[in-house]
Design a protein around this ligand. Structure first.
Ligand SMILES: C[S@@+](CC[C@H](N)C(=O)[O-])C[C@H]1O[C@@H](n2cnc3c(N)ncnc32)[C@H](O)[C@@H]1O
Length: 455
């Protein structure tokens, strides 16, 4: 049973930038799966997960590391959310003379339990041989080039784990650049996040999804039979959740402007037995049809939905705008923050929002979400929306985990206390370590706002 965390007050981006940087580099202590209710039962999945972690603990003890089995929970409010914790890290991992340097994305993946694949390797110290026990360092400043042979200084690198080198230098940096596969089998990572076997469960049974993203689907609260628009849908993590909540009844239109991501979404839908989604590669800013002569409009029936965008105004019961954003809530992230990039998102977010308001039926629900923590992309967009669309009312983004009204940060100058009590923002916590050790707290940064269009 999951213990309940107490009321939380979170930090905002503007409150303490340096704390945000530290928080981004740390790996959440919990990994969450969303179990697919269309294909399986969460209790069955929970059993598979428990057995796998018990087997890993046994393997570790045979290899000389006694480890308690990481805790596993099913969330009491959302049975589809199943989380597991980390190996105990009370002792530091040893550092080995033989070193492998990886890029920042690979370093973050290792911290989340992945092995090191060839494309992520940047360098090896001279003399490193296949079969060596190696220490793995991420090049956090991006200073090294492919084929690098020198030790990075302490400030430019971050230790992410240890493992066994499975290839030699020639194989990893082969001239045609086509080597694939695992270069380092990670035996222990610095975060303690377990490496689960790849074939742990049947494809489509569950996906890894951070808890706030699962909460987001629940805030949309789609009902069987409704017509839903998911405006920035790929790769489909939330689309497939919405479909499961609707028990495959009704229709979901999934749009994304990236063709490769839409093909990934279609594949995920197939694997997860999702049958009520029609996906289109489309720029959602342009998803509203320009007015046409009356009498020729058949947009209220399903065939017009299947033809795809653009759509007539006021068509959808619910809309999810999971907007493109600066992604500062994603963890762990080893990259530096590019402020110009961060500042580029609000104009696009507002254009997408304007389209969403047009396409929403009177009485319909619009959920705006991001996986970032900046006020401009979150509370700022909510303020702008409330000032520009008199038809919109801000509703409580329930079910609630974070009480944003307790967050006395820069955002309180933008939204009233009533408005703050409606939004839900997952941000770095300033509470005790015990609190931060909770799977509802130690998670990614995320923002959710829920609106209704007046009838
Ligand atoms: C935060 S991700 C969406 C994640 C997705 N909702 C999920 O849960 O799997 C944002 C997506 O917005 C898409 N995007 C960016 N600009 C867009 C636009 N103008 N129209 C449609 N999609 C857009 C990106 O390609 C990206 O896939």
């Amino acid at each position: 049973m999951l213990p309940a965390p107490s009321e939380n007050r979170g930090l905002s981006f503007e409150d303490d930038f340096s704390k945000l940087l530290v928080w981004r580099r740390r790996t959440p202590k919990f990994t969450t799966f969303r179990v697919n209710s269309l294909t399986t039962n969460p209790v069955h999945f929970l059993e598979i997960l428990k057995q796998s972690l018990a087997k890993l603990a046994e393997d570790r003890s045979q290899a000389g590391t006694i480890s308690a089995i990481p805790p596993v929970w099913q969330h009491p409010k959302f049975p589809e959310a199943v989380a597991f914790g980390c190996w105990d890290r009370s002792e530091d991992l040893p550092r080995h003379d033989s070193e492998v340097i990886v890029d920042r994305a690979c370093g973050a993946a290792v911290l989340r339990g992945a092995h090191v694949f060839v494309p992520g390797v940047i360098g090896l110290l001279p003399g490193a041989r296949e079969g060596d026990i190696v220490s793995i360092y991420a090049d956090i400043c991006g200073v090294s080039k492919r084929g690098w042979t020198q030790k990075l200084n302490e400030k430019s690198r971050m230790f992410v784990g240890n493992g066994v080198l499975l290839m030699d230098r020639k194989q990893i940096f082969c001239e045609n650049g086509f080597s694939r596969g695992i270069a380092v089998l990670v035996t222990d990572n610095e975060s303690g996040c377990p490496s689960l076997p790849e074939n742990l469960f049947e494809p489509g049974m569950a996906i890894m999804q951070n808890l706030p993203s699962i909460v987001c689907g629940r805030v949309v609260d789609p009902q069987p039979g409704e017509i839903i628009l998911d405006m920035c849908a790929a790769p489909g993590n939330k689309t497939t959740h919405l479909s499961a909540l609707m028990n495959n009844e009704g229709a979901i239109i999934a749009l994304d402007r990236s063709a490769s991501r839409i093909s990934k979404l279609r594949q995920v839908c197939l694997e997860m037995s999702v049958r009520n989604v029609a996906a289109f590669v489309f720029d959602s800013v342009k998803a509203v049809k320009i007015e046409q002569a009356s009498g020729s409009d058949d947009d209220c029936n399903h065939s017009s939905l299947e033809r795809g965008p653009p759509f007539s105004p006021c068509l959808f019961d619910r809309i999810l705008l999971d907007a493109p954003c600066s992604g500062l809530g994603q963890r762990p992230k080893l990259e530096e923050i590019d402020m110009k990039h961060v500042a580029s998102f609000p104009p696009l977010q507002k254009k997408l929002f304007k389209t969403a308001v047009s396409l929403l039926k009177p009485g319909g629900i619009l959920v705006y979400s991001t996986c970032t923590v900046t006020v401009e992309e979150n509370e700022g967009v909510v303020r702008w929306a409330l000032d520009h669309f008199s038809s919109l009312t801000l509703l409580p983004a329930e079910p609630r985990f974070f009480n944003s009204a307790l967050n006395k940060s820069a955002s309180s100058n933008i939204l009233s206390s009533t408005e703050l009590s409606c939004i839900q923002k997952f941000v770095p916590s300033v509470d005790t370590d015990e609190e931060n050790n909770h799977c509802e707290r130690d998670t990614i940064g995320f923002f959710i706002a829920r609106f209704q269009k007046q009838t």
